[in-house]
Structure formats: structure tokens, C-alpha cells
Design a protein around this ligand. Structure first.
Ligand code: UD1
Ligand code: CA
Length: 461
């Protein structure tokens, strides 16, 4: 399949989304709709991939800037799908091989289905091959009109007769075309129809009239060719993808206590014997090892959780990592770039940001640890705070192996607490603590005998 070129149509407006965000940039299963299409396209190792943009072109261009190999062509104004394809001629002029035309808003299309489209097209040496589906409710789609079993033409809903509207075989809007001669043929398409648009499906009758071969490939699962036109369709397709992902995970040995409320993106990887409780979101390319437990209400985004770790209820882990056998939560927040070491513990109401918590170290309750490098077997007492921000810059706190930080300690960074040092409860650390030393800063306690009784007397005078 070396001679494949791809064009993705994405210039249309997406009116029914009622959104300021371009339709194809709405999130579906962890990434923008069009990213699903581009992923299926990339699996074909095409020679080129061109995206036709128009409506909100600049937003799309910048949202897709991380794909350096994409080419963009602008269709302005948008006069229909045939006109959209013609704008790609500047990129594809004189090219040979097969053009695969995709729609930016049809995200469930799989790479194997695209491969079978190319195979049928190539084996039949067709000029065009149309992907079709048989659906119970064909409303809104172009209908496939056959003649002696062969595709004769495609008629749009708005131009169809009552009888044609009964046809349940629809045009998916996905095609394979033989490149030589394609653009000349597309140029001959007119706009004499109900919408005064240049319809690409008209190419079928033009090719048939010219005696050129047109084939069809019918998908097994119509969901693959479902376009997203509204928020309702977006939610329905998201649920479908979620189910498919969850079924795959369960088949591979992951326990989902309630698959209906397990929101796991398809890019996540989860090991065997991991147990996922209800109401959990696992987003982006997150990796979770074997034998882990993820309790209810947890969100894990773009993170790595090693084997046998536990993430307790209502914790949030973003762009962070958790080592083997470690425990996080309940109500913990690994905000970003947190590295929780092997068998370490992050407990209730503890927040970590850009912080390494070394192997076996514990911060069991109520702490903020930001921009800190914490060694092995360190104990962080309840209420410990790294004062990492001096109003203009972030500063680092270092706590070396075996140190003990008493409760209610403030560490005013930059500061270092040495190996096995001991910081007394209620200390404000402004200077480095040498290894093995005890640091205390709280004043001596005074007790004033009879103070309450005296105060009461004064008030009653
Ligand atoms: C199109 C097909 C219809 C098919 C259906 C499948 C035509 C005329 N009809 O209808 O037979 O059943 O798809 O979903 O092709 N676009 C542009 N520029 C334009 C117009 C459209 O880039 O000028 C893009 C849209 O952004 C979209 C795609 O082309 O990604 C399809 O356009 P849309 O208007 O949704 O076509 P349908 O009416 O759904
Ligand atoms: Ca559409």
C-alpha cells in the first residue's frame, strides 16, 4: 500500500453542535474527534495526508500543529464536498496511486476497514470505490442506487424521491479513488441540485456513464461510519467507544466493578488483576500496572502507576508517576510532575507538585509538598508545608534520607534538611538542618496559673 494519499475533509461549519469550538475539535474518548480519523489514516502509512480546512481554519491549523507531516489546504467559501476535494489538487497534482477520502467528523472508522477498502479498490482496478453501510434509519444520508446489483449513482436525501428514500444502503462519505484523471472528472460535477452544492457523490454516475469501474465496500458495523453532527451523537459514540474499550480490558484480565461507570480512554494501558471501582476516569495515555486497585471517584490523567499500587477514593493524579506498592489517597492530589517512589505513601488531603517522594517515605495527612526532593524513608508529619514560592520564584526544598519532619512544620525554601535529621513539631525551618541534628524554632511554653478565673472576674466588674 505504498501509493496511498489521504485527504480529510474538515472545512464545514458543524452548525448543529451549537459551539464556539470547531466541531472536529470536540473531545471524544480522550482526544479531539479529528485525531481519531488521523490515527486511522496514519495506520495506512500514506505518502501524504492533506486536511481541507475552511470554517475556523486557524483554530484547526494550530490544534493540529503537532503533526508536522500534515498539509493544509483552505476551502473558502465552502461550496460542497466535490469543491472541497478540488482544493486539494494543488497538493496531489500529477500524483499516481490511490486517494482515500475521509471525513474529519467520522471518528470510529478502523484501520482494518480502511485496509479492506483499499484492497477491494486495488484488486478490482476500480476508478472509485464507495464505502457503504446498511442502516435501519437512513435519514439524512445519501442513498446508494443500484442497477443490476452494481452501484449506479448516489442520491442525497434532499433530492431523493419517496421510493429512493426507502433505500437503507447509505453512502458513508468515505471513498477510494484512482488518482490519475480524478480531478478532471471532479471538475465536471455541476451544482444543479436541491442544495446548489457541488456533490462529490455525483462522481459515481459520471464514472459509470464513462464506462469506468465503480465498486462498493459495505462495513459490517455501521457505527464505524457514523458522523458526529450534534452533542447527542457525540455522547452516543463516546459511550460506544467506552464499551468497546472496557470489553477489551475485561477480556485481557482487568476487573471493572461497574463497566457502565468506568471512563477509560482507549489509549490507556492496564495490567491484569487490577481492580477498577465505580466512577473512575482514566484519561489519555495512562499506564497502570498489574494488581493495582483504583477506588471510587478517582481521576488519573496521563500518568504511570506501577504494579500493586493503590489509589484510594477521590484522588486526582495528573502527569505524575506512582511506584510499585505505593499508596495514594484518599483525597490526595498529585497535581503535576509528582513522583511517588516504591512503597511510599501519600495520605488524606496531601498535595504534591513537582515533587519526588522517595522509596518508603510517608506523608500521611494534610500536607503541601511542592518543588521538593524527598529521599528514602522520610516521615512527613501532618500539616507540613513547603513554602516554595517567595512571591517571584519557585524554590526547592530538599529532605534527605531518614529525616523526620514533625507535624505543623513550614519549610521556607530554598532549604535542606540533612540525613536522619529531626525537625520538632511546629518548627519554621528557615536555615539548613545538618545531618543528624534536631531543629526546633517554637518558643518555650508558658503557663499562667489562674488566668481564666481572673479574666472572668474583670469582665463582671
Ligand atoms: C455527505 C454525503 C452523503 C453521505 C454523508 C455521510 C455529499 C454531498 N453527501 O453528506 O452522501 O451520506 O456525507 O456522512 O457529499 N465539507 C467540506 N467542505 C464543504 C462541504 C463539506 O469540507 O464544502 C466537509 C464537512 O466538514 C464534513 C464532510 O465534508 O467533514 C461531509 O460534509 P457534510 O456537509 O457533513 O455532508 P453530508 O450532508 O453529511
Ligand atoms: Ca455529515
Amino acid at each position: 500500500m505504498s501509493d496511498v494519499h489521504i485527504v480529510v475533509l474538515a472545512a464545514g461549519k458543524g452548525t448543529r453542535m451549537k459551539s464556539a469550538v470547531p466541531k472536529v475539535l470536540h473531545q471524544l474518548a480522550g482526544k479531539p474527534i479529528i485525531e481519531h480519523v488521523l490515527a486511522a489514516a496514519a495506520a495506512l502509512s500514506p505518502r501524504s495526508t492533506t486536511v481541507v480546512i475552511g470554517h475556523q481554519a486557524e483554530e484547526l491549523r494550530s490544534a493540529l500543529a503537532r503533526h508536522p507531516h500534515l498539509q493544509f489546504v483552505v476551502q473558502e467559501p465552502q461550496l460542497g464536498t466535490a469543491h472541497a476535494l478540488l482544493t486539494a489538487e494543488t497538493v496531489l497534482h500529477g500524483k499516481r496511486g490511490t486517494l482515500i477520502l475521509l471525513s474529519g467528523d467520522v471518528p470510529a472508522l478502523s484501520a482494518p476497514t480502511l485496509q479492506s477498502l483499499i484492497q477491494v479498490h486495488t484488486e478490482a482496478a476500480a476508478a472509485a470505490t464507495v464505502m457503504t453501510a446498511i442502516v435501519p434509519n437512513p435519514h439524512g444520508y445519501g442513498r446508494i442506487i443500484r442497477d443490476g446489483g452494481k452501484i449506479a449513482r448516489i442520491v442525497e436525501e434532499k433530492d431523493a424521491t419517496g421510493e429512493e428514500r426507502q433505500v437503507q444502503e447509505i453512502n458513508a462519505g468515505i471513498y477510494a479513488f484512482d488518482l490519475p484523471g480524478l480531478f478532471d472528472a471532479v471538475r465536471s460535477i455541476g451544482a444543479a441540485n436541491a442544495q446548489r452544492e457541488y456533490y462529490l457523490p455525483d462522481l459515481v454516475s459520471i464514472y459509470r456513464a464513462g464506462g469506468r469501474r465503480v465498486e462498493t465496500v459495505t462495513v459490517n458495523d455501521p457505527v464505524e461510519i457514523q458522523g458526529i453532527n450534534s452533542r447527542r451523537e457525540l455522547a452516543d459514540l463516546a459511550r460506544h467507544i467506552r464499551r468497546r474499550t472496557n470489553d477489551t480490558l475485561m477480556a485481557a484480565g482487568v476487573t471493572l466493578l461497574d463497566p457502565d461507570t468506568a471512563y477509560i480512554d482507549p489509549d490507556a494501558v492496564i495490567g491484569t488483576d487490577t481492580v477498577i471501582h465505580p466512577g473512575v476516569s482514566i484519561e489519555g495515555p495512562t499506564q497502570i500496572g498489574r494488581g493495582c486497585t483504583v477506588y471510587p471517584g478517582v481521576r488519573i490523567t496521563r500518568s504511570r502507576i506501577a504494579d500493586d499500587a493503590a489509589v484510594l477514593d477521590h484522588s486526582i493524579i495528573v502527569d505524575s508517576s506512582v511506584g510499585p506498592g505505593a499508596s495514594v489517597g484518599p483525597f490526595a492530589h498529585l497535581r503535576s510532575a509528582a513522583e511517588v517512589g516504591p512503597h511510599a505513601k501519600v495520605g488524606n488531603f496531601v498535595e504534591l507538585k513537582k515533587t519526588v517522594l522517595g522509596p518508603g517515605s510517608k506523608a500521611s495527612h494534610l500536607a503541601y509538598l511542592g518543588d521538593a526532593v524527598i529521599g528514602e524513608s522520610v516521615n512527613i508529619g501532618a500539616g507540613t508545608i513547603t513554602c516554595n514560592y517567595d512571591g517571584s520564584r519557585k524554590q526547592t526544598t530538599r529532605i534527605e534520607d531518614g529525616a523526620f519532619i514533625g507535624s505543623d512544620t513550614q519549610l521556607i525554601a530554598p532549604v535542606t534538611v540533612g540525613r536522619n535529621a529531626y525537625v520538632g513539631t511546629g518548627t519554621t525551618i528557615r536555615e539548613d538542618v545538618p545531618a543528624g541534628a534536631l531543629a526546633v524554632s517554637a518558643g518555650r511554653q508558658r503557663n499562667i496559673e489562674g488566668w481564666v478565673e481572673q479574666k472572668r472576674k474583670k469582665a463582671s466588674e
